[in-house]
Design a protein around this ligand. Sequence first.
Ligand SMILES: [Zn+2]
Ligand SMILES: [Zn+2]
Length: 413
Amino acid sequence: MNKLLRVITGAILCLSTSHVFAAGGMVKGPNEIAPDRYVYYPGTEVLDKDEVRVIACGTGMPDSRRGQASACFLFEFGNGEKIIFDIGTGSMRNINALMIPAEFLTKVFLSHLHTDHWGDLDALWAGGWTAGRPVPLEVWGPSGQSKEMGTAHAIEGFLQAFNWDYQTRAYKITPLPGQITVHEFDYKAVNEIIYDRNGIVVRSIPAIHAGDGPVSFIIEYAGLKLVFGGDTSPNKWFVEHAKGADFAIHEAFATPEFFVTEYNQAPQLAWRACCEFHTSGPAFGKIMSTIKPRHAVSYHSFVEAFPELRAGIRETYDGPLSIAEDMMVWNITKDKVVERMAVSTDRARGVPGPTPQPPPDESYPDQMSDFIKQGEWGPGFNAQNNMLDEHAKKYNLQDQDWRKQKPWYEPRK
Ligand SMILES: [Zn+2]
Ligand SMILES: [Zn+2]
């Protein structure tokens, strides 16, 4: 009998007849705790060294919505490393809800440069900077057919577009966290290593999607093989190199009929979008029944379309499956894959980490002219003096009192 046990939220799939799991376990009395809940409370669980936790921080479409952000999966490894695979529009709301100190979220791998896979890089970049990240971000992404279609060009343009943000934040806070180190790799690389640090290896394989450039990633850690598939139609590289994976994520689109009746798409576009540019349910199922992962995960579909999507997948695949929605969590070890939902707050705030941010760089140019500064209205500023005097006293800031340089400053008697 297979020793692997896979616990699935709601319905429990148990491959061993000798084990029966009740969701939540028995609660022995009205004032007793439940022995288990199939939920994950972020920040309350230390991973085993050989364990990986994957959190779906975006599973939807390019028009991200409040209940479903665009593509994003956070991988947390037992050795403490965290890597974000795609960071689609809206996904930082979910990442922030996990309340992970910004200094631990510095590595981003991009499968391709559609906004629904990297549109929230700005929120990680600037938000993490404000929340205390002490170091630059690092971004890995594919090249393109020309220099202008590659990740390095995209990040260069990103920093140009956000130059005002960079310059003002660099002066007010500190410049270093605003830098981005880019690692561009060949999109044609087939199963070549693009990352090898601290026991984590990431390989890239080409994907087929909208133009040259998109890739998928194979991640190896502690004897586990995990796959993050970016947007792609069924392709030979995925089938060959994702084979036998412990955990395989691949996109799966809603049916063409759903796109026509529920999404206002023209029928001629609908059957190409789902099934030529992307991967449909039956095609996803065929891929998974061929590669036979220990656990398969689909994403990139509307939650409302899941029943039809599931039916489509089940035409061609009967193995372990999650149809991912935002904040779904998997803990992966050699023995089992456990699926849960994260329970998180809508009002998470930045959480401090152990490393302080570098101090402000005094040599950095002030981006505000005297013309603007002379518009400061003294009575408004002086109205805060009670509060600011208390703050200065509490934190011993008398030597750094910024008000003393101001022509309007009227110290309290
Ligand atoms: Zn795409
Ligand atoms: Zn996409």
